[in-house]
Design a protein around this ligand. Structure first.
Ligand code: 5AD
Ligand code: SF4
Length: 466
């Protein structure tokens, strides 16, 4: 998980210029779904004349699009709000508008508590209601402190304006597209079912239309997003029920779309059609993020994951049987309540068996309101740290080995952005590594054939061929 500022570059305005347009600065915390939401909020505000800025000093409106998944993520928001409060005071002295909004999962979880703890905040909007942001902003400017954390009955996607083509283009050749939101799985450590609500799938036609619009604006790679993306379900031709495998097949047919990915999946929802999509669809990249969280059946049960370690391993085997080239990525939690040394060793053993290309691992963090918070046997912080260190050392070793195994391979590379060195461009390997290559006349958006010549800890190096 990375913090990312989701906004496009703008030339700074001279201070004395007439301000006929307003600027919004969005700071995005947490997962890719928040990155997508930040873009859609920016689109929603553009109707009212707001342009995105990456310079805080230029902003008339600041939105913190927040994450509640672990305690640290949530606390970051309050320290940022402290800094913004001081800025707001300085702006008030100059008589310049400065509206502060908190959106995303902390907004949903804490609602009006945020207004109490952070008096500088003007509006609090949950992830299900951000299509109402322009209206909330209008009210906030009239002096109201707005909290809107309803689970809206209307479909927010139907109420959000499509971004302008130029806006989509400025965001790059690889785009996110949320197809599913929320979760009904209720893993006992997780706040998502409470912050994002129950599972909802966007209709097929809406997704296809959005994907076509993205491709029309120059996008070549789309990552389908959902908290539980492989629980996506919809209706195919004639109203027949379909799942993510069929959706991927439909999107594969879009001319000009070169690559498709999806994240995040739950092991219970990897059905036959989705597994076979990895065999049948050349546009579907050979990368699968499939969190397991623990390798101990006792802990998996306490986590309410509803599968065993053996189920997970058998699933990986089935998927690798149809797509041997697959990079597997995972999420892990160490120090869940009741986790013993033996349980942790089971996790290490599972990692040895799978061989991960990429992984994200965390110390268990108590989330108020979740069943895990009420459980006995909370693990000491020091023990969690030791376990995390050992797990991460093993995962890093596997990640490095996977990257080293790529050296010598010839792959297609989608060029996404300029590199650090002059004349260099950076693309993504099929397995999601950033790959540096000399541009040699190629441009962003091109897909070029390259040979991988080297592997660093976080990226690959390649030379163009053919
Ligand atoms: N503590 C630590 N990690 C958590 N995750 C979710 N909830 C918690 C928690 N309470 C991790 C899981 C999940 C990822 C997105 O964040 O590994 O897959
Ligand atoms: Fe959270 Fe579990 Fe749902 Fe993932 S599947 S969002 S971990 S409750």
């Amino acid at each position: 998980m990375t913090d990312r500022i989701s906004a496009i570059d703008e030339a700074p305005q001279p201070a004395a210029a007439p301000r006929n347009s307003r600027k919004v600065f969005v700071k995005t915390y947490g997962c890719q779904m928040n990155v997508y939401d930040s873009e859609r909020m920016t689109d929603a505000l553009s109707k009212d004349g707001y342009e995105a800025t990456t310079t805080l000093e230029d902003a008339d409106l600041v939105l913190l699009n927040t994450c509640h998944i672990r305690e640290k993520a949530a606390e970051k928001v309050y320290s940022e709000l402290g800094r913004l409060r001081d800025m707001k005071k300085a702006r008030a002295r100059d008589g310049r508008e400065f509206v502060i909004g908190v959106t995303g999962c902390v907004a949903q979880a804490e609602g009006s508590e945020i207004l109490r703890r952070a008096p500088a905040v003007d509006l609090v909007i949950g992830p299900q209601t951000y299509h109402r942001l322009p209206d909330a902003l209008k009210r906030a400017k009239q002096g109201e402190r707005v909290v809107d954390t309803d689970y809206a009955i209307e479909d927010k996607f139907e109420h959000l304006p499509a971004p302008k083509k130029a806006q989509t283009r400025a965001r790059g050749v690889a785009a996110f597209l949320t197809v599913q939101e929320g979760c009904d799985k209720f893993c006992t450590f997780c706040v998502v079912p409470y912050t994002r609500g129950s599972e909802v799938s966007r209709p097929l036609s809406q997704i296809v239309a959005e994907a076509e619009r993205l491709v029309d604006a120059g996008v070549r790679e789309i990552t389908l997003l959902g908290q539980n993306v492989n629980a996506w379900h919809g209706q195919g031709d004639g109203g027949a029920p379909i799942g993510l495998g069929a959706l991927l097949e439909r999107l594969s047919a879009i001319e000009g779309l070169a690559r498709i990915r999806y994240t995040t999946s739950h092991p219970r929802d990897m059905d036959e059609a989705l597994i076979n999509a990895h065999r049948d669809l050349p546009k579907l990249m050979p990368y699968l993020h499939l969190p397991v969280q623990s390798g101990s059946d006792r802990i998996l049960k306490a986590m309410n994951r509803r599968h065993t370690a053996a189920d997970y391993l058998a699933l990986i085997e089935r998927i690798r049987a149809v797509q041997p080239d697959l990079a597997i990525s995972g999420d892990f939690i160490v120090g869940f309540p009741g986790e013993t040394d033996e349980d942790f060793e089971d996790t290490m053993a599972l990692v040895h068996k799978v061989g991960y290309a990429q992984a994200f691992s965390f110390k268990y963090s108590i989330r108020p309101g979740t069943p895990g918070a009420e459980m006995d046997g909370h693990v000491a912080e020091g023990v969690k740290s030791e376990r995390l260190e050992r797990l991460q050392a093993l995962l890093f070793q596997q990640q490095t080995a996977f990257a080293a195994g790529c050296v010598g391979k010839e792959i297609d590379l989608l060029l996404e952005k300029t590199g650090r060195m002059p004349g260099q461009l950076v693309g993504r390997s099929p397995w999601l590594h950033p790959v540096n290559v000399d541009a040699n006349g190629s441009e962003i958006g091109d897909i070029i054939r390259v040979r991988i010549t080297g592997a660093g800890p976080n990226s690959l190096f390649a030379e163009a061929i053919g």
